[in-house]
Design a protein around this ligand. Structure first.
Ligand code: FAD
Length: 389
């Protein structure tokens, strides 16, 4: 293999290059990135950048030392075996890494709506978070909650409009999500649940009910879609992201996919997973690089992510499914620090969510990895370390 092309200059792209070199690949590497920036981290965009604590989140990686040909401001347009089509012409490859991430969903309407995916998005939004500004955030998911946190801290009058019956209902289920409702009120943020947005207008939102939410600034945080449109018509199978096996191989030879855009087969959870979180973009590339280089490697992580909202560190590890039994550790109505464990029918731990209880998530992740069974009664005792349950 002489030439590897990496498409997508985000975290998963740059980690793929590091992994290829670490594993001894000495051939040519070309990195194609649509944005005009060297790879940067996105989690701080909705945290430190919005809060005005930093302007740059460039990934600490020496691309010059890694001997990479960097093609920024260049987008991939199509793919056939051995040839990548880009906005700057065609490029032949022996191995290809697809790491094009995801793009935010926008709502209907003529009004200006901010989304939060790029550094430009974050800087443009930050400029508008001024004291007294009426900010409407659509979506009480991870991004919506973090934007609301930053906007409230900047002195804005914040309304969060959420279609579900609680914040984080899609990610965690309404029961667990409802335990975060009080955080909004305490931060002075108005939370409107069960409210569907019809359109974004120049002066705010119109809800499907006809009600209006006047706003100077509208931020849409209703999720992302994998950025894989450019693969239409290629032999790469796409179904809610690039379909890859447990080695992160796509349906086209010598092509692997990683990060937000990849939907991999999880041996551990016996299902397909597409995880839009930083840790996946960080870890999966090592397996993808090994696979490209003909080594035997399997990607089978316990997914992990974190969110910082309303002064709380929220962490999650594992994969929960309908039917898993929930066991609370601590009482969210009284204890500021609490956790939820999801147990399988045979009492194996499937997932753990923690609020300001970092030990639980570290121990929970190890327990999930080991497949050990827990005693549900002990799990419910929040004074007992999870590893002793
Ligand atoms: P990306 O970072 O999206 O990088 C993909 C790159 O590919 C982009 O630069 C894109 O422009 C480029 N690209 C797309 N299409 C093409 C094309 N056709 N040709 C060339 N280039 C292309 N995760 C957590 O775990 N915790 C958090 O607290 C957290 N906070 C976040 C906050 C924000 C605001 C955002 C946006 C994400 C957050 N995440 C968080 C998620 C995490 O940042 C992502 O999972 C991670 O960035 C995924 O990396 P990636 O390299 O797969 O994709």
């Amino acid at each position: 293999m002489d030439h590897v092309v990496v498409v997508g200059a985000g975290l998963a792209g740059v980690r793929s290059i590091e992994a290829l070199r670490f594993r001894g690949f000495t051939g040519r590497i070309t990195l194609i990135g649509e944005e005009n920036h060297r790879p940067y981290d996105r989690p701080p965009l909705s945290k430190a950048v919005l809060l005005g604590e930093t302007d740059s989140t460039v990934v600490d990686s020496d691309l010059d030392a890694l001997d990479v040909r960097l093609c920024l401001g260049t987008a991939a347009k199509g793919l056939r075996e051995g040839v990548l089509e880009t906005t700057e012409g065609e490029l032949e490859y022996d191995g290809l890494v697809i790491a094009t991430g995801a793009a935010p969903i926008r709502l209907r309407g003529e009004g200006r709506q901010h989304v939060l995916r790029t550094i430009e998005d974050a800087l443009a939004l930050r400029e508008r978070l001024v004291p007294g500004a009426r900010v409407a955030v659509v979506g009480a998911g991870w991004i919506g909650a973090e934007v609301a946190t930053a906007a409230a801290r900047a002195g804005c009058a914040v309304t969060v409009v959420e279609a579900g019956e609680s914040p984080l209902a899609v990610a965690l289920g309404p029961e667990v999500g409802s335990h975060t409702t009080g955080w909004y009120a305490r931060a002075g943020v108005e939370l409107r649940l069960g409210a569907l947005v019809g359109s974004v207008d120049p002066d705010g939102l119109t809800l499907m009910s006809g009600a209006r939410v006047p706003a100077d600034v509208v931020v849409t945080g209703v999720g992302v879609r994998p950025a894989v449109d450019w693969l239409k018509g290629s032999a790469v199978r796409v179904d809610d992201g690039v379909v890859v096996d447990e080695h992160l191989r796509t349906s086209l030879p010598n092509v692997v996919a990683v990060g937000d855009c990849a939907s991999w087969w999880s041996r551990r959870f016996r299902t397909r997973l597409r995880v839009e979180h930083w840790d996946t973009a960080l870890q999966a590339p090592d397996v993808a690089a090994a696979t490209l280089l003909g080594e035997e490697a399997v990607y089978d992580p316990v997914p992990y992510f974190w969110s910082e909202q309303f002064g709380h560190m929220v962490q999650f590890a594992g994969h929960r499914e309908a039917g898993d039994r929930m066991v609370l550790r601590g009482d969210p109505r009284r204890d500021p620090k609490w956790a939820v464990c999801w147990l399988k029918a045979d009492d194996r731990l499937a997932a753990v969510l923690t609020v300001d209880r970092p030990r639980d998530v570290v121990q929970g992740r190890k327990i999930i990895e080991s497949g050990r069974r827990l005693d549900p009664l002990r799990v419910g005792d929040s004074a007992r370390p999870l590893r002793d349950c």
